[in-house]
Design a protein around this ligand. Structure first.
Ligand code: AMP
Length: 943
């Protein structure tokens, strides 16, 4: 109780002994409904001695005794003049404190947030005096101010209300009272109340603000004149974004931040690129004129482009990176988070002191798109946290043509989703640049101190349509009548600076001219831009650039070292009790390492990670249940049966080894895959893996696959070595657990954009994973991984297969069959191979050879032709798949196989053996599944 607000109230003597009856009344109310009393009283009552019983069981007599005792002590410590105590006054005092709390909670509803003044919001009843039994007659009465941080212990009600209105109801709508942590709440109260919501900025700061607004407005005007009617998704109406970002960057720089990654949609992007990141305006003009970027086959529109630069701040040079992004507005946020985490990991910045994410959102999208919720949810988890993101909503109060609140959301604010993680939210009127500056400062200070997300909702408007070719008054007539008369933020602010004599109108005009001249001359317009950036601030991608596609790479590994690593992986700390079945797996792995037992999938995969770590490559694996593996084959994380602690042997191979990060993810696909894409596009030397629980669950992340993974290199020149492991196989588990939807990936394949592989042996996954990192080429890798094959008696390898062989894009017949006798060649991928093999062996057929295509894209036509060469008597060639005809590889890959077959023998006609076309990926009835499976195997040998 020493320094609590309650104690201070008590110390004030207003609530001492004589008011026990009133307090008792409050306590009654609290027992009835704890939410009915002000929070301070609630927390006070909660702390009362309960003798181990719930608060409702505390007897009134003990409460009374407690208060009487407390009052006596207070009186002893601090005599009070009897005249100052009046029951009526004390009641009012309590109500005044409730009023103060109400302003903190609800003041934003009365704030002047809309620059257009169109928002019609009624002032909440609990901000009025009469709601608390107070009247205008009380305005001149002096009350204690409680914890209201206005620098005085007592003030008239009028002064209190005036300061509350100034603090909470001007251009900033502050929402922080929903935060449970009282330290954070108090922090905001003090920061806000001490300056009554509006610090007094120096003339230099004000002049700088105007300069930034001039730049923001100047660029749009210039582009509008030079390229009229060309789409640019201008920032007009939201120009305050530029000083906001400027402040965030400069201030975080002074905290020692070294890198900032920004993600934003297209509105205002060109402005940010030129005015914040320092992109040369001349390069932007080239883009307006449609010039092609060398080396990119398709390219992208200018308002999706990323950019990097270094700027100088009071704390030194800061590297800025704007993420490339597609038109799917919110999806870039988790990509930014992944990129930030990668940079933090590289700097061993575990708390997020050195790298900051900033994401910029639109109001309609932030309210509507589910990935926003996923990104908030990931923000404090072990695998994905980045020490807090500053999230800015450019809230122009309209989404394309939708601006009726009842159409665009069910929440009061577009930003309400942020409350799910108790993020503080500041709505700010964009026509008050000083308020914008203040919340930007608060955002930086909060993020750097508490390492949590914070949201700035920049309430502005959109001077033009959704883009410059649109006529907005067709759909928003009233709003655009108002906008037509609205003076710009820069005009309004320069007027106020002229009026307050901070600047003259000549100064204002000089800034406009200076900016326009710079654009005319194609000069950089960011004064803090570092012309010769320090390259140590970012990763050097040059070793990975310009490599042509190759399938082969030497992935062999020294036997003795592999066995040493294998032995180290069996070690667990003293006293660590491994679960019985897991122990059996470790015992088997010990035999596999010694060459005394065939190698299975789990062992080979683990050794791929161990050998890569040994060779200096970090490994990061995330996904649902990756520690154990969905099908219990991996056991990369061991769990102590005694105390539940976890041990990852791959983290303990040798002193100073690269990091091995393995995290079970939260139950998201979209944000998680986007995060890993961001991570992989920022960490070229690491093996970065995302594993789907079941392969088809990746369709929850289809946007990431379409817009980033398969097309990012060709649109933006961004290389990515991400690996996706997708469990796949028809084992009678029904429509949702059988297919990884191979056809989706194959349909997206072109220009060597990704690799799609279906390895069927432990050695193949080992070499495939090693190839992915050891080869300097960086291409996304999609692997269809097995389920039952993880334990299949035939899906085994030898230790020599790991140490001597390499990844085979296609595997020829393994049995001793005379090629001259072979008349039928069955081509297949994945698990069905073993079904075909067992059937052929069971039937003793020598006229059939079975060939596995282990890499479906890029399709290994040359390797397949080589495998086919000895079979000179072929009459039939069949593609056999488990998937229905409209799915799997048939439609997307048959032209490759046909080309090879015809080149081998022009009489050969490629046949199909597989399930009939089907709307659903797999049968749900086990009997139907078995029947179909038997038929397709039979077809492979007969069609
Ligand atoms: P950043 O730190 O993202 O700004 O990257 C710094 C520089 O590295 C960029 O300007 C690019 O030239 C290069 N770079 C970054 N990421 C990639 C990538 N995924 N693929 C190719 N080059 C990259």
């Amino acid at each position: 109780m020493q320094d609590s607000p309650m104690q201070r109230m008590w110390d004030s003597a207003h609530l001492s002994g004589g008011n026990a009856a009133y307090v008792e009344e409050l306590f009654e109310l609290y027992l009835h409904d704890p939410n009915a009393v002000p929070e301070e009283w609630r927390s006070y009552f909660q702390k009362l001695p309960a003798n181990g019983t719930p608060a409702s069981d505390v007897s009134h007599s003990s409460i009374r005794e407690h208060f009487i005792l407390l009052a006596k002590n207070q009186r002893r410590a601090q005599p009070v003049s009897a005249g100052s105590v009046s029951t009526e006054h004390e009641k009012k005092q309590v109500e005044v404190l409730r009023l103060i709390q109400a302003y903190r909670l609800r003041g934003h509803q009365a704030a002047q947030l809309d620059p257009l003044g169109l928002q019609q919001r009624s002032v909440p009843a609990d901000l009025s005096l009469n709601h608390y039994g107070l009247t205008d007659g009380d305005l001149d009465t002096v009350f204690r101010t409680g914890d209201l941080a206005i620098g005085t212990d007592e003030a008239t009600l009028r002064e209190i209300v005036d300061s509350l209105k100034a603090t909470y109801c001007r251009s900033i709508g502050a929402e922080f009272s929903h935060i449970v942590d009282s330290e954070q709440r108090t922090w905001f109260q003090q920061r806000f109340e001490s300056v009554r919501g509006q610090p007094d900025f120096s003339p230099e700061v004000k002049a700088h603000l105007l300069e930034r607004l001039t730049a923001a407005e100047g660029l749009e005007k210039y582009l509008g004149t030079k390229y009229p009617g060309t789409k640019r998704f201008g920032l007009e109406g939201g120009e305050s974004l530029i000083p906001l970002l400027d402040e965030i960057i400069q201030r975080t720089g002074s905290y020692g931040v070294k890198e900032i990654v920004l993600g934003m949609a297209h509105r205002g992007r060109l402005n940010v690129l030129v005015n914040t990141l320092g992109k040369n305006p001349r390069d932007l003009f080239d883009e307006f004129e449609g010039k092609k970027v060398e080396g990119l086959s398709s390219g992208d529109v200018k308002y999706h482009q990323g950019f990097s630069s270094n700027v100088m701040t009071p704390g030194g040079e800061v590297h800025l990176a704007m993420a490339f992004n597609p038109s799917h507005l919110e999806i870039v946020s988790p990509v930014v988070e992944g990129s930030v985490r990668a940079r933090q990991d590289r700097r061993q910045d575990e708390v997020g002191d050195k790298v900051l994410p900033i994401t910029i959102h639109g109001d309609a999208a932030v309210a509507g798109q589910g990935v926003v919720m996923e990104t908030f949810q990931m923000s404090q988890t072990r695998a994905y946290k980045t020490g807090g993101t500053i999230r800015v909503v450019v809230n122009n109060q309209v989404g394309f043509t939708t601006n009726k609140q009842e159409d665009s959301r069910s929440t009061e604010y577009a930003t309400d989703v942020a409350k799910m993680i108790q993020a503080p939210i500041f709505h700010v009127n964009a026509d008050d640049p000083e308020a914008v500056l203040f919340v930007s400062q608060l955002a930086v200070d909060y993020r750097m101190q508490f390492k949590r997300d914070i949201v700035l909702d920049l309430i502005c408007y959109r001077r033009r349509g959704h883009n410059e070719a649109d006529e907005p008054s067709g759909t928003q007539p009233l709003m655009y009548q108002k906008i037509a008369k609205q003076r710009t933020t820069r005009e309004l602010y320069s007027d106020s600076l002229i009026q307050s004599k901070v600047l003259t109108s000549e100064d204002v005009q000089a800034r406009i001219d200076e900016y326009r001249d710079a654009l005319d001359n194609g000069l950089h317009v960011v004064k803090s831009l570092v012309k010769e950036p320090n390259p140590e601030l970012f990763v050097d991608w040059r070793p990975y650039l310009g490599h042509a596609w190759t399938a082969r790479h030497d992935t062999r590994f020294d036997l003795k070292t592999l066995q040493d690593l294998s032995t180290k992986l069996l070690h667990v700390p003293e006293g660590f009790v491994v679960q019985r079945q897991v122990n059996k797996i470790l015992e088997d792995r010990s035999k596999m390492g010694a060459g005394a037992m065939p190698i299975n999938w789990g062992y080979a995969e683990t050794m791929a990670y161990a050998t890569l770590l040994f060779e200096g490559h970090p490994v990061r694996i995330t996904g649902q249940d990756v520690g154990r593996g969905t099908f219990s084959h991996r056991h990369a994380a061991l769990h102590n049966q005694k105390d539940g602690s976890t041990y990852l042997p791959l983290q303990h191979l040798y002193e100073g080894q690269p990091s091995f990060a393995l995290y079970d993810s939260f139950l998201s696909e979209e944000a998680v895959l986007a995060f890993e894409y961001g991570y992989a596009t920022t960490t070229p030397n690491a093996l970065v893996i995302w594993e789907a629980q079941f392969g088809d669950f990746a369709n929850g992340a289809q946007v990431v696959i379409d817009q980033f993974i398969t097309s990012g290199e060709h649109k933006w020149g961004r290389l990515c070595g991400l690996t996706m492991l997708l469990p796949h196989g028809y084992e009678g588990q029904g429509p949702e657990h059988s297919s990884a939807r191979l056809e989706r990936y194959l349909q997206l394949c072109a220009e060597h954009n990704i690799q799609v592989c279906v390895p069927t042996t432990p050695a193949q996954i080992y070499h495939l994973l090693r190839r992915q990192v050891i080869r300097p080429l960086r291409k996304p890798l999609v692997v269809l991984t097995p389920k039952s094959l993880l334990r299949h008696k035939l899906a085994i390898s030898t230790i020599e297969d790991l140490t001597q062989s390499c990844f085979q894009t296609a595997i020829g017949e393994i049995d001793q069959i005379d090629p001259a006798k072979v008349e039928r060649l069955v081509l297949c991928s994945g698990k069905v191979y073993y079904d075909l093999l067992e059937k052929r062996r069971a039937e003793g057929r020598e006229d059939i050879a079975i060939v596995r295509i282990e890499q479906l894209y890029p399709f290994p036509e040359d390797d397949l032709a080589e495998i086919l060469a000895p079979y000179q008597n072929l009459k039939h060639i069949v593609w056999c798949q488990e998937e229905p005809m409209n799915q799997g590889a048939w439609y997307c890959s048959q032209h490759h196989m046909r080309r090879v077959a015809i080149a081998h023998n022009k009489e050969l006609v490629l046949q199909y053996a597989g399930r009939d076309a089907s709307a659903s990926p797999a049968a749900g009835y086990a009997s139907v599944h078995a029947e179909q499976q038997e038929k397709l195997l039979q077809d492979a040998f007969t069609v």
